[in-house]
Design a protein around this ligand. Structure first.
Ligand code: SAH
Length: 209
């Protein structure tokens, strides 16, 4: 069910779909995605598909995790903020690729589960908090990169302000059905925007739950 061959097949598929960065492919191969979903879904954990994690949320599709991770590490960030911990899978994939990850989640029971997984896997460079990520995490700003794993119709100002010089924000932007993966790069006080592929994410919501 979680054999090496099943994981290798997922990595082969991601490579066929255009993921080129070997470090990203290795990180996906080495991250036990079956531990980030409910046991009842574990047999489907290495399919390239999003899966439910409760509370109307999903663990992102491996292809999207790989594509966003590839964009994120292109500029070799050290310190990264993730908004939307969810299952913790994206943070776990990043754990071997950057020095330090800060991640925030607005739904407390999801955060509790994600923290248990980080502990179980010995991932010590992830710091997680229960909070509303639309305001970022000012205490540890600035960040070399910020990744948002929920979609927003507008780009939260706080996230732009918490980017380090030359920092990058990777965020799905747009109304449901019309979202695009967007990359914002900070050059001093100028922000350069690139709109990439269409994507489908759960919404970025304000406040705690
Ligand atoms: N990165 C996650 C994907 C989870 S789905 C993973 O690898 O599993 C997106 C998550 O964003 C959901 O858990 C949702 O609760 C969370 N979210 C939505 N709005 C948020 C906000 N304002 N602050 C923090 N988390 C938020």
């Amino acid at each position: 069910m979680t054999s090496q061959r099943t994981r290798d097949r997922l990595v082969t598929r991601l490579r066929d779909e255009g993921i080129e960065n070997q470090d990203v492919l290795d990180a996906i191969r080495n991250t036990p995605r079956h531990l980030f979903v409910d046991e009842a879904l574990a047999s489907r954990a290495y399919e390239d598909t999003a899966l439910p994690i409760g509370y109307n949320q999903t663990i992102s599709q491996p292809y999207i995790v790989a594509a966003m991770t590839e964009l994120l590490i292109a500029h070799r960030p050290h310190k990264v903020l993730e908004v939307g911990t969810g299952s913790g899978y994206q943070a776990a994939v990043l754990s071997s690729l950057v020095d330090k990850i800060y991640t925030v989640e607005r739904i407390e029971p999801l955060l509790t589960l994600a923290r248990q997984r980080f502990r179980q896997l010995g991932l010590r460079n992830i710091r997680a908090a229960h909070s509303d990520g639309t305001v970022g995490w000012p205490d540890f700003a600035p960040y070399d990169a910020i990744i948002v794993t929920a979609a927003s119709e507008t780009i939260p100002d706080a996230l732009l302000h918490q980017l380090a010089p030359n920092g990058r924000l990777i965020i799905p932007v747009g109304k449901p059905g019309k979202q695009r993966l967007t990359v914002i790069t900070r050059n001093d006080d100028m922000f350069e925007r690139e709109d990439l592929d269409p994507v489908t994410f759960v919404p970025l919501l304000k406040g705690h739950a």
